[in-house]
Design a protein around this ligand. Structure first.
Ligand SMILES: *Cc1c(COP(=O)(O)O)cnc(C)c1O
Length: 366
């Protein structure tokens, strides 16, 4: 496929090697950004144009830019991994590109091609590959987190899809999500707030969904939980997902259940990959509705042995407990997370090039 060529406008103030090296030793998450950003403009008349990689820095936005008023925005999250031979790869970017188009369609934004999406990652990494951290060992999960996003930049206060849009990619080095081992987390069940409703934007990756989840997130923190689980809006009965991760349930008999996709659930690339890896592992994946009652009863009877959440940022996180207004649903085995950890290792081994990429999931960036 032809890749549109990006004009390169190199930064005349890239961070000094030594300072960058210091950041890469302990990058945290989402705090530091690389020297450049990719940008493609869109207008009704010209379509996508102006492909460029330019110095990272503040955007100039008209105060009337519609994204600031009506929230016409979408984003993606994807990582670049450094392999032992120094090469840099990303994981299933065509899935993110496809989802980005679905999100764009729902938010009435223009759709970006696979070539421009993957091309923008390649163009940015060609400049900023030194920002991809090198894992110190096999349990070091460092990466360069890439954040493509699209915003409505037209200066116009009328309510309609903007006629001017900008697409950007920024990059932020990330360390291991879990410091000092992976322990099962407690999750808060939001009974009042809902993340998504039928016909809404739940399946789209848009900032608005996250804005709507923050009050529930605050509630979770007040109850000592770092994450929120959301139930369906219509019946308050069916498990959907967390604010930014999909959920899986491991059964004693080898079934691996995850809520069936609806327009209120975001289709995670990690979720999709876990379903495939689970089959390779001899588990029986099932995509179907699962109720809060099934979680409660399965946890009590020992039928459900593990629960885990998954997403690009934290990969796979075991869930030990669900806390609600009225109860604490704790897994009987409490803390056993063998299946979650097995799938987690399999996934990471592919991403970091330590095992064969049998499903053809990797794309080389540098
Ligand atoms: C991004 C996201 C996920 C996880 O998707 P991945 O592609 O696996 O990173 C799950 N739920 C929501 C709401 C998300 O925004």
């Amino acid at each position: 496929m032809p890749t549109a060529s990006f004009d390169i406008l190199p930064s005349n103030q890239p961070l000094a090697d030594e300072l960058r090296q210091n950041i890469l030793k302990n990058p945290g998450f989402g705090r530091h950004f690389s020297d450049h950003m990719a940008n493609v403009r869109w207008t009704v008349d010209a379509g996508w144009h102006g492909h460029a990689v330019r110095p990272y820095g503040p955007l100039t936005l008209d105060p009337a830019a519609s994204v600031l008023h009506y929230g016409q925005e979408i984003f993606e999250g994807i990582k670049a991994y450094r392999h032992a031979d120094g090469s840099v790869w990303t994981f299933r970017p065509e899935k993110n590109a496809e989802r980005f188009r679905k999100s764009a369609h729902r938010l009435a934004l223009p759709e970006l091609s696979d070539e421009d999406f993957v091309g923008s990652l390649k163009a940015l990494l060609a400049q900023d590959h030194a920002w991809v951290p090198t894992p110190a060992n096999d349990s070091d999960e460092c990466s360069l987190y890439l954040r493509p996003f699209m915003i409505a930049t037209e200066a116009f206060l009328g309510v309609r899809p903007a006629h001017e849009v900008d697409y950007y990619v920024i990059a932020s080095p990330a360390g291991s999500y879990f410091k000092g081992g992976i322990a099962p987390v407690s999750i808060w069940l939001s009974s009042h707030y809902k993340r998504a409703a039928p016909g809404g934007t739940g399946f789209a990756k848009c900032g608005g969904n996250y804005a709507a989840s923050l009050a529930a997130q605050k509630e979770a923190e007040q109850h000592g939980c770092g994450q929120v689980a959301f139930l369906d809006a219509a019946e308050s009965k069916w498990i959907e997902e967390l604010g930014g991760m999909n959920l899986f349930f491991v059964y004693k008999d080898g079934r691996l259940v995850t809520p069936r996709l609806t327009d209120t659930i975001l289709e995670g690339v990690t979720r999709n990959s876990v379903l495939t890896l689970a089959k390779d592992e001899g588990l029986t994946p099932e995509e179907r509705p699962i109720s809060i009652d099934e979680w409660r009863e399965g946890a009590a009877s020992g039928e459900i042995t593990e629960v885990f959440a998954c997403g690009t940022a934290a990969v796979i996180t075991p869930v030990g407990e669900l806390i609600t207004e009225h109860e604490r649903i704790r897994l009987n085995g409490n803390g056993g997370n063998d299946v979650a950890m097995r799938i987690r290792t399999k996934l990471l081994d592919v991403q970091y090039g330590r095992s064969d990429d049998t499903h053809g999931w990797l794309t080389r960036l540098v």
